[in-house]
Design a protein around this ligand. Structure first.
Ligand code: UT7
Length: 311
């Protein structure tokens, strides 16, 4: 028996902030941001909307899509580096908001690779028979930790949430293989300091280009498949140049890669599920498609999954 995706949902704040809006408040330009990152606009959550509120917005939609009630959830895993507070966890707050009375709940910290870590953790509980329904949420309110005096990073991030209900699936569907990794020696390249987020962009870029391609190839091999079997690539939406390098490594045509970084910026742990929802809505991802999802982030961390879509 294999764990797979039963349903998915997302929450995006309504407020759109374009590169031109940022030009008015910091020394930057639409041209620089677009050509270096592919980002054109991002969403910012209102002050009174916190991480748990966005998580709730995405979770309700994922449960509805899966046809699972909150009471049926056995576990809630929330991947975030921007929780409402250190504790109680966002997962416990979400359990209360949803009324998921029997669900165990915990947060998971793996930065932008958080959704991959969450899915793989949930998969274990389902495949060992302990649990049937696990809700995994990737959510960030990065505007809480953005250093607005640092143009190197302030232009990159956005707020949002994505959620997936995992459960047992039939046939060849579900999570076929995965890879998770970490390299704590690279912690200094991306972290939260006293003034907010700090990043050595060039170092993270080099690591990301290497890791995204390598992990994607590894999960395809682990699943006993080849590059030709891949229907669609969903890379962490950090920078179009990094995403492109992974696509080229898999020799996929451009229309087979998910791209929402232009509209939502880098939403860290939320970026993969946010993108996937859009791909499903646009008919780009269909039942039985072989998806490769791959993420990287602060820690340093990384993770990839080969998933055959469908319940
Ligand atoms: O989810 C994981 C999070 N992290 C990432 O994915 C980030 C990975 N890294 C990157 O995406 C890229 O390194 C960046 C987009 C952050 C930067 O792109 P780059 O091509 O590596 O630029 P750079 O750091 O080499 O900077 C080039 C120039 C610098 O000017 P000088 O020193 O050459 O005169 C910067 O000061 O661009 C300047 N610059 C800006 N100019 C206008 C940096 N930020 C900005 C800005 N607007 N916002």
């Amino acid at each position: 028996m294999r764990a797979g995706a039963w349903g998915i949902g997302r929450y995006l704040p309504e407020k759109i902030v374009t590169n031109f809006d940022l030009e008015k408040t910091m020394d930057t330009s639409d041209e620089w941001i677009r050509t270096r990152t592919g980002i054109e606009e991002r969403r910012f959550a209102d002050e009174d909307v916190d991480t748990s509120d966005m998580a709730y917005g995405a979770a309700v939609k994922a449960l509805d899509d899966a046809g699972v009630s909150a009471e049926e959830l056995d576990m809630i895993l929330v991947a975030t580096v921007t929780p409402d507070q250190p504790f109680p966890s966002v997962a416990c707050m979400l359990q209360e908001k949803l009324g998921a009375k029997k669900a165990a709940a915990m947060d998971l910290s793996a930065a932008c690779a958080g959704f991959m870590y969450g899915m793989i953790t949930g998969k274990q509980f389902i495949e060992n028979g302990g649990y049937k329904h696990v809700l995994v949420v990737g959510v960030e309110k990065l505007t809480k930790i953005t250093n607005w005096d640092d143009r190197n990073t302030a232009v990159l991030f956005g707020d949002g949430a994505g959620a997936m209900v995992l459960g047992p699936v039939s046939g060849d569907r579900g999570i076929l293989s995965f890879e998770l990794g970490a390299d704590g020696t690279g912690a200094e390249h991306l972290y939260q300091g006293p003034d907010g987020l700090v990043m050595n962009g060039r170092e993270v870029f080099k690591f990301a280009v290497r890791q995204m391609g390598e992990s994607s190839v590894n999960v395809i091999e682990k699943a006993g498949l080849t590059k030709e079997d891949v229907d669609y690539l969903i890379p962490h939406q950090a920078n179009i140049r990094i995403m492109e390098s992974a696509r080229q490594r898999l020799e996929l045509p451009i229309e087979k890669m998910s791209k929402t970084v232009n509209k939502y910026g880098n939403t860290s742990a939320a970026s993969i599920p946010i993108s996937l929802v859009e791909d499903i809505e646009n008919g780009k991802v269909k039942d039985d498609d072989l998806l490769v999802m791959v993420g990287f982030g602060g820690g340093l961390t990384w993770g990839a999954i080969a998933l055959r879509w469908g319940k």
